[in-house]
Design a protein around this ligand. Structure first.
Ligand SMILES: [Zn+2]
Length: 140
């Protein structure tokens, strides 16, 4: 089938990352995940005392600042497979001066939030669009 965002290209998994119509949604997902990650960090005393600006910088360095950035594109592809590059977890450990175990837990929390936000903002609305499209075509 064709893309539900009406860009006329073929809809497949890769198209989710390439379609211009999805770019705004990805940007929103990135902003939400950055804010949620900051909140997770602020809950940890050791990290909190390093200041919110510093925390934001570290997270933006991992997630990227725009949905088009190479950092975010790498992160999103791996995160949807529930994977993450090891050097990013080590960066969390070093920058926040926490143990590797704490960094792994923190990264796992960021990944979970990312996947939930992706489901809510992109996947669910997309599936609803597909159902509507099928109804229009008389497919049940
Ligand atoms: Zn498209």
């Amino acid at each position: 089938m064709k893309c539900v965002m009406n860009c006329n290209k073929k809809e497949n998994w890769n198209h989710l990352f390439e379609c211009q119509a999805y770019e705004l949604i990805w940007q929103k997902i990135l902003e939400i995940i950055t804010e949620k990650s900051i909140i997770i960090c602020l809950k940890q005393k050791q990290i909190k005392c390093q200041g919110e600006d510093f925390i934001r910088n570290v997270l933006q360095d991992i997630l990227g600042i725009t949905a088009r950035s190479e950092k975010f594109q790498k992160f999103q592809h791996l995160a949807l497979k529930v994977k993450v590059e090891t050097h990013l977890t080590i960066k969390l450990q070093k920058d926040f001066k926490i143990t590797l175990n704490e960094a792994q837990i923190l990264m796992a929390n960021i990944l979970i939030r990312f996947i939930l936000t992706f489901k809510e903002l992109l996947w669910k609305p997309k599936c609803e669009q597909i159902i509507l499209w099928e109804k229009r075509k008389g497919i049940t």
